[in-house]
Write a protein that binds this ligand. Structure first.
Ligand SMILES: [Zn+2]
Length: 201
């Protein structure tokens, strides 16, 4: 499967999910046994950890179909990049999907901090607020004040960070070997809103 056909399959799976005709593929005992010896996912997904955004369900995928990395606000650190690198180099994934979502708590908390309605968190959550604040401030500088715009900006910036820190990916996109997609999942519609597309349409 090339990057476009992987992306098309994800879009079709999401459409089934939207229309409540999910097939829940690749979860039976035969599939489970076949996966004991190894995995061959074609897509690596970096998603927010939010309980309302279960990646395999949203795209109607099964076991062994997606290599999934999840952090609150889909923030990027070296462990995330290492996981991405493993999925691309060792597992042969040819599509990266970054998935933010409507009503993201990480964005909401960051917006409250940036707007002065909340103190800087002193605990471990500070790391998340610090990272998301970069994109929230950028959105505000461009005159955007809507939380959905902050969510889209955070998706865009996550994709930008991945491509900047793993520069070899850009040539693979040009060669047609890799697709990179930034999306925002809409809780109220169960659908995927494309935010940025590289190498696929
Ligand atoms: Zn979230």
């Amino acid at each position: 499967m090339n990057p476009q056909s992987v992306w098309d399959a994800l879009k079709e799976g999401n459409q089934r999910f939207v229309e409540e005709r999910a097939e829940h593929p690749n979860i039976d005992q035969t599939r489970r046994v076949s996966l004991v010896s190894g995995q061959d996912p074609k897509v690596v997904v970096l998603s927010c950890s939010d309980s309302r955004v279960p990646v395999e369900l949203v795209f109607d995928m099964g076991l062994g179909d997606a290599f999934v990395i999840r952090t609150a606000g889909h923030i990027v650190d070296n462990t995330v990049l290492g996981s991405l690198d493993y999925a691309l180099e060792n597992l042969g994934c040819n599509l990266i999907v970054v998935m933010g979502h409507q009503s993201c708590g990480a964005i909401g908390a960051t917006a409250a901090f940036v707007d002065g309605d909340m103190q800087i968190p002193s605990g471990f959550q500070r790391t998340i607020i610090e990272k998301v604040a970069m994109s929230t401030l950028r959105a505000q500088k461009e005159g955007k004040r809507d939380r959905s715009d902050y969510e889209r900006q955070n998706v865009q910036d996550t994709v930008r960070q991945i491509l900047a820190r793993m520069p070899n990916l850009n040539q693979r996109i040009i060669n047609g070997e890799l697709g990179v997609v930034g999306t925002r999942y809409l809780l109220d519609e169960s659908s995927i809103e494309p935010v940025v597309l590289h190498g696929v349409v």
